[in-house]
Design a protein around this ligand. Structure first.
Ligand SMILES: Cc1ncc(COP(=O)(O)O)c(C=O)c1O
Ligand SMILES: N[C@@H](CCOP(=O)(O)O)C(=O)O
Length: 467
């Protein structure tokens, strides 16, 4: 039985998979979540052993998609999506300690975990839009990786124009080039004078302006889009299966910013995957670690770090967790989100906080600790971490010892952050040969102020879907 999707704020129509995917943000400002979690028994999971990544993806994702896409079509779309990855296992595991494993999620076209979902999302959207004869305007906010992945996945498509808002001067040079050198006529890179939180707030304001939203047929590819999170559930299953799951529980530590990746781990657990610990790893922008410790979700200014993709204070998908942890109490969620908008903070109810603490642990790694971890892991095992992954390793290593294998999600290739990696280890990781000329490609982008009206005008003028 397929599920439909409901808003975390309870005041938007429930939608089927395709509509929820094209909608992105719900019309009441909330995030779509599945009304029911599909369930996989231990037997169902065992039956996935030895299957390819694509086949496991097909089994895990089918119940979320339901009968809206024909099974053979869904299979083909999944296979084509993961054929773009340059490792036969798609998301391989590498052992770096007696009980420590790195889940490499960076073998896709832009060297970050975003490709895992974006390659699939672009194909799913294109399929649905082609069937309906429709066109959309995609606006995305990025701290560096979502933007490049979206541009790579949607470049050249006839059915979508893509506008990516990135914080000017706060992404790595490699990340910037991945966004500004595509040359595709449907791609628009916009350098916003602000930080990632400003970009994401502008994006949400565009969705909440219904006249603008409908006027340009707005759609989103950030993890506000359920299909993004859905695709990320798969690698929790494949990693667990490689390490003896479902017959033993596995722990995961996830470098976290917008909370989409770790929410996918929570979803996997809700679907029946035995998970021991789910650990949130933050950099100096540690709002989530502080919230778990104190119950106060209180934003502070964003601090630029050597793991820039995690320089986030307003963690979008935390709303999805609050929804489930509160038992689906939409009034509670609306209260939190109103307070966040008005005062930049809210206090999590005791019961909700307890429910969150029962599922998650959290820790932070500051820049010096992250650099130290890159150096020490290289020395111990010859493995070169990127700064985001190193944040995860540092936090995982600070936990009490456990017999469950610990999988740290490696969210980016070290070559995306060569300066930070070189400063920490003395080794400057080269880009793979197929991206070797990236830094010589011609850039094209527009610098824009952090101003909703000006941006909306810019997008309306350039979007082919604008009416
Ligand atoms: C390299 C990298 N690591 C970690 C994160 C954090 O992931 P999430 O936002 O899903 O928590 C991001 C950005 O989202 C990222 O680009
Ligand atoms: N770190 C992200 C921030 C946006 O996250 P998303 O998962 O909501 O798209 C990035 O690299 O842009």
């Amino acid at each position: 039985m397929a599920t439909d999707y409901i808003s975390t704020r309870g005041d938007a129509p429930a939608l089927g998979f395709s509509d929820a995917m094209l909608a992105g943000l719900a019309r009441d400002g909330g995030l779509y979540v599945p009304r029911e979690w599909p369930h996989f028994s231990a037997g169902d999971i065992r039956a996935m052993r030895g299957l390819s990544y694509s086949e496991i993806a097909y089994r895990v994702l089918s119940p979320f998609v339901g009968d809206e896409i024909a099974p053979a079509t869904l299979r083909r779309i999944i296979e084509e999506s993961y054929a773009t990855f340059r490792h036969p296992a798609v998301c391989p595991l590498v052992q770096t300690g007696p009980n420590e494993f790195i889940l490499e999620l960076f073998h896709g076209p832009t060297l970050a975990f975003k490709d895992v979902a974006m390659q699939l999302l672009a194909r799913l959207m294109d399929h649905v839009l082609a069937e309906r004869g429709e066109r959309v305007t995609i606006v995305g906010a990025t701290s560096g990786d979502t933007g490049g992945a979206a541009i790579e996945a949607f470049a050249g498509t006839e059915r979508a124009d893509v506008f990516i808002l990135f914080p000017e001067g706060r992404v790595s040079p490699v990340q910037q080039r991945q966004m500004t050198t595509s040359g595709a006529p449907n791609v628009h890179a916009l350098a916003v004078k602000g930080n990632f939180d400003d970009c994401q707030a502008l994006l949400k304001d565009m969705f909440n302006d219904h006249a603008f939203r409908d006027g340009v047929s707005l759609s989103g590819v950030n993890s506000i889009n359920w299909a993004r999170v859905m695709a990320q559930i798969v690698y929790y299953f494949t990693a667990a299966l490689s390490l003896g799951g479902p017959d033993r529980a596995i722990s995961f530590t996830v470098p976290t910013g917008n909370f989409g990746d770790i929410f996918a781990g929570y979803a996997a657990k809700r679907m029946g995957l035995p998970v021991d610990q789910l650990v949130i790893a933050t950099n100096d922008n540690d709002i989530l670690a502080r919230t778990l410790a104190t119950g106060e979700y209180a934003t502070r200014g964003v601090v630029p770090t050597t793991s820039p993709s995690m320089d986030i204070q307003v963690s979008s998908n935390f709303e999805r967790l609050l929804y489930f942890a509160s038992g689906g109490n939409v009034d509670e969620i609306r209260r939190y989100m109103q307070s966040l908008k008005q005062s930049g903070s809210f206090t999590v109810e005791e019961k909700t906080l307890e429910a969150i603490r029962a599922e998650f642990a959290a820790g932070r790694s500051d820049m010096a600790e992250t650099a130290g971890t890159i150096g020490s892991v290289l020395e111990e095992s010859g493995y070169l971490l990127d700064p985001h992954t190193a944040t995860g390793v540092k936090v995982a290593r600070g936990l009490e010892a456990s017999s469950a294998p610990m999988v740290v999600l490696s969210t980016a290739h070290p070559a995306k952050f060569p300066q930070a990696v070189k400063d920490a280890s003395g080794v400057e990781p080269p880009l793979p040969a197929w991206l070797g000329d990236l830094m010589e490609r011609k850039e094209s982008f527009t610098v824009v102020p952090s101003d909703l009206k000006l941006l909306q005008d810019h997008i309306s003028r350039h979007a082919r879907a604008a009416r």
